[in-house]
Write a protein that binds this ligand. Structure first.
Ligand code: ATP
Length: 234
């Protein structure tokens, strides 16, 4: 589904991503874990065209997208739920969902997809008329995920969906990611909550100061001594 080869990203003199290579197969949940500043967000931003790669190649379903602009990726089947949610604060929940479906012309499909989102995220239904900016952090995270799903992506990129949420909501968000994947959406998940991320991921890559230092199946990395010491608080 997604292939990243020898990706390099610089911010001025800072070499933030160093020859990163990894792939995500159709149907997988793959997670990138790593400490603050390891390069997780930069990796997702380079894939989704929010920042420019200095060199390297990124392909989505075999099509080169290395220098593709962000808005062109949604019609190609990729949606991004960025760090910090970025919902449209001055619009209602329902308007946010409608905007998520901007690539879809069929009004009936949009209406039925909104109903599906309300089933999956009942809290959004209760608050359908509320301004998105007045919702809690967890509610905004759910809205950001639902809005991304409105484009019916084949693949979704998620940046730290559990950040700043109460433990009960963290649990819920990870359950929802599993459900989204079970429904057929491929997931690339960036997380500081390595424990939870590795529990739901088929495979994982560990980023350290811009380099991939370890990779493997999620469950194997959960019991890896190096990972336990550095990321699981063991
Ligand atoms: P966090 O979990 O704290 O968000 P991260 O793993 O997502 O961290 P990035 O945000 O990708 O890490 O940052 C990787 C490195 O690039 C860091 O050293 C960061 O300071 C640097 N960096 C990121 N964005 C910029 C920018 N716009 N200008 C300069 N340096 C940047």
């Amino acid at each position: 589904m997604l292939k990243v080869e020898k990706l390099n990203v610089y911010y001025g003199n800072i070499h933030a991503l160093k020859e990163i290579s990894f792939e995500v197969q159709k149907g997988e949940i793959v997670t990138l874990i790593g400490a603050n500043g390891a390069g997780k967000t930069s990796t997702l931003q380079a894939i989704s065209g929010m920042i420019k790669a200095s060199s390297g190649a990124i392909t989505l379903k075999g099509k080169p997208i290395t220098y593709e602009e962000a808005h062109k990726l949604v019609p190609l089947g990729m949606a991004h739920v960025p760090e910090g949610r970025r919902v449209f604060a001055q619009m209602s929940v329902e308007e946010n969902l409608e905007l998520g479906a901007y690539t879809i012309k069929d009004k009936k499909q949009i209406a039925s997809d909104i109903e599906k989102m309300y089933k999956r995220f009942p809290r959004l239904k209760e608050r359908r008329k509320q301004l998105a900016g007045t919702m809690s952090g967890g509610e905004q995270q759910m809205l950001a995920m639902a809005r991304a799903l409105m484009s019916r992506p084949e693949m979704i990129l998620m940046d730290e969906p559990s950040m700043g949420l109460a433990p009960i909501l963290v649990q819920e968000i990870f359950e929802i990611i599993k459900e989204i994947n079970a429904d057929g959406t491929t997931v690339l998940l960036v997380e500081q909550n390595a424990n939870r991320a590795l529990q739901i991921a088929h495979r994982a890559y560990v980023l350290e100061t811009g380099e991939i230092v370890l990779s493997g199946e999620g469950k194997d990395l959960l019991s890896n001594e190096q990972v336990k010491k550095a990321y699981l608080g063991a």
